[in-house]
Structure formats: structure tokens, C-alpha cells
Design a protein around this ligand. Structure first.
Ligand code: GLU
Length: 498
């Protein structure tokens, strides 16, 4: 095992954005490729954003997607949150004593200081700076309080935060594996709050302490964190710690090249799960949003991704999330999937649409397997099943279009009807092959062929002009249902035509 250790560090907000799935996936793939460790840490220090059940929700989404970690916060076999690994706890709110110890170190060395400024004062300073055309930042009001002044204020119960003391005009550099060499000057940075009034660390402080203590070697995260990285790098310097390698992933954009956001529809992993995408399809597609493999391969199993993935081929510019492309990839997996798996996946949508009653689910599973095998060529994701199945349910139906009705007026239809009815009734086996033989024998005996034969049979049996292969449709409907449908169409449609 290499010493590579990476982490996915979500703040559980109850919603797993597709961008988070990609960050997790790239961390996972990077670790797997290098034979290293992939860790999941929960960053819950922002107490105002806590949502009940959000950790479970996020862990379930990762498990569903197959982006599995072996260290950190995970679910046990009963679905309860648990932790595993020698660098825990892996939930930041359980590490407060650790942050206390390290903030004390910075206070003692003068690299951090207490700040008692009220919100009103900070707002007023910001306003003034804005008016003067300056970049708003903390004005250093509390930087030089004496230890006695600080103690007196603490004793008087004044609320405080602890800030990082940045040196003036100090160059901060780091290398980003996607963006190259990065350089910042402390004159453009703020004395970052490290400990908040509620005693909790800020993200910036906790992330550095944890990444160091958890021996993280590479930090792979979204590009929204680039501007925070110099503060983190300075903290590593202040502690005298070796800094990890940074990788900032490009944003995920929509097809209009804007940042993919909740308002535009499906962006949560849960949304895609609910529509019945296969996890393999979603993960395969998400891997390609921002990373390009060496050749033009587009379909990748997880194992293939683990082999092929490299940070060098992650692009600097945003990756476009294109639902059509996702559908194309997922369609591939739908076609490949086992009928039993697809039937399970499709069943809830059939129940929801009222085709199958809740208590018939088990009894109708075989039927649904048949249906799925007949229509899976048409499915991008499971929920679409309901657009293709009406022909399989019930034995009464409408002739769908005027064109279909006109077709039934053709001269050969009565002969076709009689031949079909007779041959179906006499049939001993009723699978797709024997049904195909029935149609072929009609062609031979009655010289009805091509569209006249196939379209004619299709309309009489389903009311529709298009759909899956008709011998297969007949098999799924079954002999009795086919006969009932023919009788229905005769009495209600054919006999009424002039
Ligand atoms: N908690 C941060 C987030 O949710 C993690 C950022 C990082 O990976 O450092 O995005």
C-alpha cells in the first residue's frame, strides 16, 4: 500500500449535489489507482446548517453509487452511523478538544489572537472600507491587545473569536496539480477567524488540523476552495507542518455554461436515483465530466475507471453536465442489465402509475420481467418504463391514431383478423419465436406481408402503430389476452367500420 491518503469531507446539508459525488469519486479513483486510502470525514462545524439525517442520507448516496471508503464515517449493517480507522474521530464536532489544543499552540506563539469586535463594529468598518473603494477586510483592531486587556475582557464575559495573525507582505505559494503554481500575498488576505464565538472551529482551521493529523497527502476538492487555500497553506507554515498536494476540480456547468444549480432541475444524486438511473451509469457519466480518458472510450466499469484515472487529465475549465449524454450512457447500462434487476427497478413506477397494484407486485414480477425485456431498448432510465407499457395492460384499448383507424379499413384486414385469431387459438406454444412463425405462416398462406401483416397485427392487438417487436409483445400478453383483445377489437372497432 502506498502512503497516498485522500479524503472526501462533506458538510452534511441534506442534499448531495452531483458535484459532491464527482469530488468523492475522483478522490476514490485517485486512491484506488495509487493503491492508497480513501477516507470520508464529516465537516459539521457550521452548527447553523445542521440537518437531521443528513449524514445517513449522504452515506447512503455514496453507498448506492458504489463510491466506498474503508476509513472514516460509515454506516453499519443496520444503517446506523459508525466510525472506523485509527485517526478518528472523523466527525469534526467530536474533535473540539483537539482544536482547542492546537489553537492554544497558535495563541502561545502569537500566530493567533483574540478578537472582541462586535458584529456592529465589523459591519461599520466594512461599510467605510467599501465607501473608500477598498477591499473589505478586518482592520486589525484587536491585533495588539495586551494579555492583560484580553484577560480582563474574557473575565468580563465579552464574547470573542480567535483570528489568524497574518504577517504583512508575505508570499504564499503552492502547487495545484490542475492549475499549476499559485502565488498569493498576505496583503490581499484577511486575518481569518479560526475559532468562532460558539467555541467551534471554522472550516478553515478544522480542515488544516484534521488533514494534518489524518496524514492526508492530497487534497482533491472543488474549485470554490482555491481562494481559501493560501490561508490553509499559511496555517501549515505557522504550525511547521508539511503541506499536502492540492488539486482543485473545475466546476460542473450546465449546457448553457453556467454553474449547475438546484434551480435548474435535477442536480442531487437522489434526483437521479428517484428517476431510476443505474448507479453504474451515473458514476460512469459523472467521471467524464471534467476528466477525459486517453483514448475516446466512454463506457467504463468502476475497475476500468480505477485503472485509467489520472489527475493530469482533469481539465482546468468547467465540465459540462449534459443530461442527454448521461441518458446515452445510462441507456447502455439499461440494455446490458439483467431483466430481473430491471424489473425490480421498474416495478415501483408501474405501481405508482396504477398498472400494478401494490399487493400484486410479487405475482406480477415475471410479467414485468417480460415487459422489461421487450422494451428495454427504449429506456434511458427506469421511470420511462411507464411511457412504453400501456400496450401490455388490460384487454380493452383505443385505436391510438386516426392513421391507425384508416389502416384497419384496408381490404386485407378481415382476412388477416380471421387468420390471426384462428392461428393464435390453435397455437400450442406462444413464445416470440413461435409467434413469429404464426405471422410467417399467414404471409405464406394469405400473401399478406410486410407492413400490411405486421402493422395490421400490431394495431389489432395493441391499438398502436409503434412499439416493441410484435411477436415479443404477443408473448408478453399471453395467448388468452391476445384472443380477448382480438375479440374486443372486432366487436368495438372492426364490426363498426363501414
Ligand atoms: N466541507 C467542505 C465542503 O463541504 C470540504 C472542502 C474541502 O474538501 O476542503 O465542501
Amino acid at each position: 500500500m502506498s502512503n497516498v491518503r485522500v479524503r472526501f469531507a462533506p458538510s452534511p446539508t441534506g442534499f448531495v449535489h452531483i458535484g459532491s459525488l464527482r469530488t468523492a469519486l475522483y478522490n476514490y479513483l485517485f486512491a484506488k489507482h495509487a493503491g492508497g486510502e480513501y477516507i470520508l470525514r464529516v465537516e459539521d462545524t457550521d452548527r447553523t446548517r445542521l440537518v437531521d439525517g443528513a449524514i445517513e442520507n449522504m452515506l447512503n448516496a455514496m453507498k448506492w453509487a458504489g463510491v466506498n471508503h474503508t476509513e472514516g464515517v460509515m454506516l453499519d449493517e443496520n444503517g446506523n452511523v459508525t466510525q472506523k480507522g485509527e485517526y478518528g474521530p472523523y466527525i469534526q464536532s467530536e474533535r473540539l478538544d483537539i482544536y482547542q489544543k492546537y489553537i492554544k499552540e497558535l495563541l502561545d506563539s502569537g500566530k493567533a489572537y483574540y478578537c472582541f469586535c462586535t458584529k456592529e463594529r465589523l459591519d461599520a468598518v466594512r461599510e467605510q472600507q467599501k465607501e473608500a473603494g477598498e477591499t473589505p477586510r478586518y482592520d486589525g483592531h484587536c491585533r495588539d491587545l495586551t494579555p492583560e486587556e484580553v484577560q480582563a475582557k474574557i473575565d468580563a464575559g465579552e464574547p470573542y473569536v480567535i483570528r489568524l495573525r497574518l504577517p504583512e507582505d508575505h508570499k504564499i505559494t503552492f502547487t495545484d496539480l490542475v492549475r499549476g503554481d499559485m502565488e498569493f500575498n498576505t496583503n490581499d488576505l484577511d486575518d481569518q477567524v479560526l475559532i468562532k464565538t460558539d467555541g467551534f472551529p471554522t472550516y478553515h482551521f478544522a480542515v488544516v488540523v484534521d488533514d494534518h493529523l489524518m496524514k492526508i497527502t492530497h487534497i482533491i476538492r472543488g474549485e470554490e476552495w482555491v481562494s481559501s487555500t493560501p490561508k490553509h497553506v499559511y496555517l501549515y507554515e505557522a504550525f511547521g507542518w508539511e503541506k499536502p498536494v492540492f488539486v482543485h476540480l473545475p466546476n460542473i456547468l450546465n449546457t448553457e455554461k453556467k454553474k449547475l444549480s438546484k434551480r435548474q432541475g435535477d442536480v442531487a444524486v437522489e434526483d437521479f436515483k428517484k428517476k431510476g438511473y443505474l448507479p453504474e451509469g451515473l458514476v460512469n457519466y459523472v467521471a467524464l465530466v471534467g476528466w477525459s480518458p486517453e483514448d475516446n472510450q466512454e463506457i467504463f466499469s468502476m475497475e476500468e475507471l480505477e485503472k485509467a484515472f489520472s489527475i493530469e487529465r482533469v481539465s482546468k475549465s468547467g465540465g459540462v453536465f449534459d443530461t442527454e449524454k448521461l441518458n446515452w450512457v445510462n441507456h447502455h447500462y439499461m440494455k446490458e442489465a439483467d431483466d430481473a434487476v430491471l424489473a425490480e427497478l421498474c416495478m415501483p413506477y408501474l405501481v405508482e402509475a396504477g398498472y400494478i397494484a401494490e399487493d400484486e407486485k410479487e405475482a406480477k414480477m415475471d410479467l414485468v420481467k417480460e415487459i422489461v425485456s421487450a422494451v428495454k431498448e427504449k429506456l434511458h432510465y427506469a421511470k420511462e418504463i411507464t411511457d412504453h407499457v400501456s400496450i401490455f395492460f388490460g384487454d380493452k384499448f383505443e385505436i391510438e391514431t386516426e392513421e391507425g383507424m384508416e389502416f384497419l379499413k384496408l381490404e386485407h384486414i378481415p382476412t388477416l383478423f380471421d387468420a390471426l385469431r384462428e392461428k393464435i387459438e390453435a397455437a400450442e406454444s406462444f413464445d416470440a419465436d413461435s409467434n413469429f412463425a404464426i405471422l410467417k405462416s399467414i404471409q405464406k398462406e394469405y400473401k399478406i406481408k410486410g407492413k400490411n401483416l405486421y402493422m395490421g397485427s400490431r394495431i389489432m392487438l395493441t391499438g398502436q402503430m409503434h412499439g416493441p417487436d410484435i411477436p415479443k409483445v404477443m408473448e408478453v400478453l399471453g395467448k388468452e389476452n391476445c384472443l380477448r383483445r382480438l375479440d374486443y377489437v372486432k366487436a368495438n372497432v372492426l364490426d363498426k367500420l363501414n
